[in-house]
Design a protein around this ligand. Structure first.
Ligand code: NAD
Ligand code: TYD
Length: 338
């Protein structure tokens, strides 16, 4: 590997990945291809101006421009983070999800095939498996049962990538990770939204009764897992990645309030999300046993780092919440007020 195309590198996980990897691998070139949607922010890469980092503002659905980037940088490896990633937005409208997550991924795969890349890593999600009841965990052989247009579009991309491996022998690797948290996460997602609202002394909207469960992984641990899969993963294989760290939403929100010394009276139970998946839990024993990966951060450290980051980077999120995000917030939460 020499020239790695990282799509969606201006988003939450992609920018954390580039921050770590541009330093860790000075001999690789990293080309960040990003459309800069509402979720893409060049400021997420501030300070990453190393000689091995390049940026191209391109939509993965624009096949001609994508092809130009493959040629220009002699791309030999692809890591596809680019996606529409928020379930609530997929409920407002699925068009961009189908376009970017499915059509865009197919365009990248087609270019990867044409340019005979060495590896194609598709960043998928545990949400492809659907929802669990109180017991059990998703393994790599759990049948896919996506419930939202977000997860259905991610499932399609995941399966299309595997089909390129099966049919054309493309060296595809798939990761399916649980919920990430950490620095640079866009404020629409649970943890940053709750931290920011608590800091602003405005209500913390919990969907339904707050009993839904997610498995939370610190973003740096996800990036290190991707690093392992990229280097030593077996082609055509799927790797689950999780934190073994299940929390009910209500408990996370109470923990954030406690850490910020804010009252629980800020909590507001609002109308439930449509089709709200009850529980996600990941069995990540395959990546631990085969690739020797396990999380470094425990939740106590991870959530403290995250809260501190949002405390220390108010300019970053204040700029976001005062822009277009204001309209989204109004639309989403006026509707949700019960
Ligand atoms: P994000 O929404 O923060 O970032 C997405 C990035 O993709 C943005 O920079 C955006 O500008 C870019 N993008 C969107 N459409 C594009 C297009 N058509 N062409 C080029 N760039 C485009 O998302 P994230 O949370 O960083 O998630 C990254 C990936 O990881 C996604 O594929 C997501 O499905 C997956 N994932 C996320 C989580 C999580 O908890 N956040 C968990 C598991 C998997
Ligand atoms: P989210 O961060 O959107 O991730 P995902 O839906 O992909 O798991 O939401 C995490 C959980 O938090 C999910 O059960 C929905 C819930 N949630 C709320 O209760 N209130 C909110 O304002 C948000 C954004 C999420």
């Amino acid at each position: 590997m020499k020239n790695i195309l990282v799509t969606g590198g201006c988003g939450f996980i992609g920018s954390n990945f580039l921050r770590l990897m541009c330093t860790k691998y000075p001999n690789y070139n990293f080309v960040n291809l990003d459309k800069l949607t509402y979720a893409g922010n060049l400021e997420n890469l501030d300070g990453v101006n190393s000689a091995n980092y390049f940026f191209e503002k391109v939509d993965i659905c624009d096949s001609l421009k994508v092809k130009t980037v493959f040629e220009k940088y002699a791309i030999d490896t692809v890591i596809n983070f680019a996606a529409e990633s928020h379930v609530d937005r997929s409920i407002f409208g699925a068009f961009d999800f189908i376009q970017t997550n499915i059509v865009g991924t197919q365009i990248l795969l087609e270019n990867a095939k044409e340019f005979q890349v060495e590896k194609f890593l598709q960043i998928s999600t545990d949400e492809v498996y659907g929802s669990l009841s109180d017991t059990g965990k998703f393994t790599e052989t759990t049948p896919l049962h996506p419930n939202s247009t977000y997860s259905a579009s991610k499932s399609s991309a995941d399966l299309i990538a595997l089909a390129y491996h099966h049919t054309f022998g493309l060296n595809v690797l798939i990761t399916r990770c649980s919920n990430n948290y950490g620095p640079y996460q866009f404020p629409e997602k649970l943890i940053p939204l709750m931290i920011i609202n608590a800091l602003n002394n405005i209500s913390l909207p919990i969907y339904g009764n707050g009993m839904n469960v997610r498995d939370w992984l610190y973003v740096e641990d996800h990036c290190l897992a991707i690093d392992s899969v990229l280097h030593i993963g077996k082609f055509g294989e799927v790797y689950n990645i999780g934190g073994n760290n299940e929390w009910r939403n209500i408990d996370i929100v109470k923990l954030i309030l406690k850490k910020l010394n804010k009252p629980e009276s800020l909590i507001a139970f609002v109308k439930d999300r449509l089709g709200h998946d009850f529980r996600y839990a990941i069995d990540s024993s395959k990546i631990t046993n085969e690739l020797n990966w396990k999380p470094i951060y425990d939740f106590e450290n991870g959530i403290s780092n995250t809260i501190n980051w949002y405390l220390e980077n108010k300019t970053w999120w204040k700029k976001i919440i005062s822009g277009e995000y204001k309209n989204y917030y109004k639309l989403q939460y006026e509707k949700a007020r019960s």
